[in-house]
Design a protein around this ligand. Structure first.
Ligand code: WQD
Length: 335
């Protein structure tokens, strides 16, 4: 299939592009490189440098880059993968306008361009942030959706837009609610590092490399085995495989889909820090500080539905693989 990956030069987007290429699909990446990196682009993929806020550039890309239609007047792209949203939950509470413009306005542009270009299948990178404070664990897709941050709110609103574009424009969609993405390509083909990260894994790795002096452990008085926050970390290659399976599902079944993608296991902050010290051999100084507002004690996913409908399971999401593949990427960047 011919796939348009919007945001395909980013951390997750580049792994998704790699997976579609590995399955023999044709890939076009549309990215403004605001956080995506040229080094994350693959020779086998077409690259269009563009912004989702530039509707005409986006529409031209959705039509195949040259406003061309295939001979039969059919759309050139069999599917569009949307991974171009901003994702820093904390920042979204300080700068909601930035998230409204990029995540909401940008997505409306993407849906309108897909609609005008005749693209009928969209896979959307959603987030566990739509659930908010867990009422029960593991979280399944029936769990109430009450986002606690503006980032999660934008993701939930985009899911609702997709429902309407299915009703009114026949666009089939898959919403993939990621839990905590981590790790790097097990074959080492992707090494672009996130810039100014706020998430735990890159913060630990920057500390291991000496790019940061310490890891601040944001609270150790949670109701968890060691008192630190527990999350469901899912390897980015497992997430990428979920995108390929989801597009295949909505293509074969002509039905839309909404599933969690998580490893179904919880790891605490200290477990990850200790694992990183063991694997890297670095001291990785850590200091206990106060809780981060809005952080729940524990978040773990039920991915039973993804397993049932897509045959998806997390293959690389064990602690050691998550740390080893991330550490390998940081070491490569150390030269
Ligand atoms: C993980 C754990 C922190 C940093 C966010 C988004 C979510 C999703 C994943 C996209 C928590 C602790 C963190 C640090 C720490 N994004 N921590 N020191 O907050 O679970 O989820 O990323 O879909 O929408 O909200 O991820 O990596 O920030 O935190 O102790 O310097 O690590 O308290 O327990 P989070 P995170």
């Amino acid at each position: 299939m011919n796939i348009l990956i919007v945001g395909g030069a980013g951390y997750i987007g580049s792994h998704v592009a790699r997976e579609f290429l590995d399955y023999g699909h044709e890939v076009t990446v549309y990215d403004n490189l605001s956080s995506g990196l040229r080094k994350n682009l693959f020779p086998g993929a077409v690259f269009i440098h563009g912004d989702i806020l530039d509707y005409h550039a986006l529409l031209s890309a959705a039509r195949g880059g040259s406003d061309a239609k295939s001979a039969a007047g059919m759309p050139l792209f069999d599917g569009l993968i949307h991974l171009a949203a901003f994702k820093a939950a904390g920042e979204s509470m300080l700068k909601p306008e930035k998230y409204s413009v990029n995540n909401i306005n940008g997505t409306i542009n993407i849906l309108n361009a897909a609609s005008e270009a005749g693209i009928k299948k969209v896979v959307f990178s959603s987030s566990a942030a739509v659930y908010g404070e867990p009422e029960y664990l593991p979280i399944d897709e029936k769990h109430p959706v009450k986002p606690e941050n503006y980032y999660g709110f934008t993701k939930l609103e985009i899911e609702r837009f997709l429902g309407w574009y299915e009703k009114l424009r026949g666009i089939r969609y898959a919403c993939l609610r990621y839990f905590n993405a981590a790790g790097y390509d097990v074959k080492g083909r992707i090494t672009g590092l996130e810039q100014n990260p706020a998430n735990l894994f890159p913060v630990i790795m920057e500390t291991a490399c000496g790019m940061r002096s310490e890891v601040q452990v944001l609270g150790n008085d949670y109701d968890t085995p060691d008192g630190t926050g527990v999350r469901d970390y899912v390897h980015v290659s497992d997430l990428a495989a979920g995108h390929v399976a989801a597009l295949d599902y909505i293509s074969r079944k002509d039905k839309s889909l909404m599933v969690n993608l998580g490893s179904e296991t919880g790891l605490s902050v200290m477990e990850i820090i200790e694992g990183a010290r063991r694997i890297s051999g670095k001291p990785i100084p850590a200091r206990i500080t106060g809780r981060r507002p809005g952080d729940p004690a524990k978040l773990t996913a039920s991915s039973r539905l993804a397993h049932e409908l897509l045959g998806w399971t997390a293959r690389y999401s064990d602690l050691d693989t998550l740390i080893k593949t991330t550490w390998a990427a940081y070491l490569k960047n150390q030269g």
